[in-house]
Write a protein that binds this ligand. Structure first.
Ligand code: ADP
Length: 448
């Protein structure tokens, strides 16, 4: 089934990214936006625009009834959810499909399973993925928690089954803290996600975060597109991502990538997905699977030449994967910097009017952003305003180009995280790729 008009159920840079892929395929776009986003770049560029509500996301970007009405009124025949908002909402995916609108995403049942981290871990284990040692499922009582923690050894991490975005996690160093932290984790999870279910896993000492990009055709065919290293994080949120990982060799990549791809074949997974692992002492430990496009997908596009959004749209049309595993070649190195409207050192949000804007350019430099001079960054949403993605034949060359590109970026009127990235690039550990998920926060402490 060919798609002729895609409704983009998102905002910001990812809405623009989807619009671009659609237009390159000759497909029309419908932007849906809150009143705060009427002037957004993707709204201006889209073929049609529908206002779906006031600024708070619950009234607009999460408003299922209004989004479905907008799709009907504008006669969209497909919906792309981007990332965040409704992208991993299985119910929404079902409603879209029930309206005979193509859902540019995985099968609802797979979104549901992977969205519950306890179920996701069980599924991943059954599919042969290596797991972080921990509870077999939900931990219901403190006694159960104690027994598991004794078995795997402290420190442990208590996680929310419905968690996401790095929220709802508690590290527990010793038995005397367990009861309090389990209760806290449960009530925080209940408040944030409406589900108090928690589980426990071993807290790894100093791992890296390495994730594999996978793609399934929905009929038992699947490929992997290698890994991304997203270890530079603050509060479990990614700041800087690269592909390939500086620590993985070709053998590890192909071995682990094939395990992931096989798991997707066994599930008959459809569309784009990311399987996230922690990596320590040469071992991989599955933590979760994201059933959507990731923020950092462009680094994979840069080293493989595959347009992942185009591929998503093709799969939603019922077409086969455009590329076989054997045809995928990993070439060179790519790095992405997430640029946020915030103070680079206190991380306090800095919304407001962008008075001057100039995007970096030149060979192998990509800026995904809806910014323009005169644009007002609304205070209601995520603070990420741009992604700078740079490619080089070698990691060293990529770092040099990134430094040059950051010098060219001009965003005035608001504070941004550009100075943070500039300083990061000067650190020996970043230059050599010698960092774990703890590195960034420890380095920030030394700067205080
Ligand atoms: P979320 O869905 O909230 O992003 P994840 O399970 O993906 O949660 O974990 C996010 C981050 O938290 C990881 O990238 C890692 O930095 C840290 N983390 C999660 N589980 C563990 C663990 N068992 N040991 C150490 N760090 C962990």
């Amino acid at each position: 089934m060919g798609i002729s008009r895609i409704l983009i159920a998102n905002r910001g840079e990812i809405a623009l990214r989807i619009h671009r892929a659609a237009h390159e395929m000759g497909i029309e776009t419908v932007a849906v936006h809150s009143t705060a986003d009427a002037d957004a770049m993707h709204v201006r560029l889209a073929d049609h625009a529908v206002c779906i509500g006031p600024p708070p996301a619950t009234d607009s970007y999460l408003n299922v009834a209004n989004i479905i009405s907008a799709a009907e009124v504008s006669q969209a025949d497909a919906i792309h959810p981007g990332y965040g908002f409704l992208s991993e909402n299985a119910k929404f995916a079902e409603i879209v499909e029930a309206h005979d609108i193509a859902w540019i995403g995985p099968k609802p049942e797979h979104i549901r399973t992977m969205g519950d981290k306890v179920a996701a871990k069980k599924t991943a284990g059954a599919l042969g993925l290596p797991l972080v040692p921990g509870s077999d499922g939900a931990v219901e009582t403190v006694e159960q928690g104690r027994a598991i923690a004794d078995e795997i050894g402290y420190p442990v991490i208590i996680k929310a089954a419905s968690g996401g975005g790095g929220r709802g996690m508690k590290v527990c160093e010793s038995e005397d803290q367990l009861e309090t932290l389990m209760k806290q984790a449960g009530s925080e999870a209940k408040a944030a996600f409406g589900d108090a279910t928690v589980y426990i896993e071993k807290y790894l000492g100093d791992p890296r975060h390495i994730e594999f990009q996978v793609f399934g055709d929905g009929n038992g065919g699947a490929i992997h597109l290698g890994e991304r290293d997203c270890s530079l994080q603050r509060r479990h949120q990614k700041v800087f991502e690269e592909a390939p990982s500086p620590v993985l060799g070709e053998d590890d990549r192909m071995r682990m990538g094939e395990i992931c791809a096989q798991a997707m074949r066994d599930m008959a997974y459809r569309g784009a997905g990311t399987i996230e692992f922690l990596w320590e002492n040469g071992e991989f430990y599955f933590i979760e699977m994201n059933t959507r496009l990731q923020v950092e997908h462009p680094v994979t596009e840069a080293i493989t030449g595959v347009d992942l959004v185009r591929e998503q749209i093709r799969i939603a049309e019922g077409r086969p994967l455009s590329i076989t595993q054997d045809e995928i070649e990993f070439k060179g190195h790519a790095i992405e910097c997430r640029i946020n409207a915030e103070d680079p050192w206190t991380f306090a949000p800095s919304p407001g009017e962008v008075t001057h804007y100039h995007a970096a350019g030149g060979m192998h430099v990509r800026v995904d952003s809806g910014l323009y001079a005169g644009y007002r960054i609304p205070p209601y949403y995520d603070s990420m305003i741009a992604k700078l993605i740079v490619y080089g034949r070698t990691r060293e060359g990529c770092m040099m180009r990134l430094k040059r590109a950051l010098e060219e970026m001009v965003v005035e009127g608001v504070k941004t995280s550009i100075p943070l990235h500039q300083e990061l690039l000067q650190q020996d550990d970043v230059k050599s790729g010698n960092y774990s998920i703890k590195w960034l926060e420890e380095w920030l402490k030394t700067r205080e």
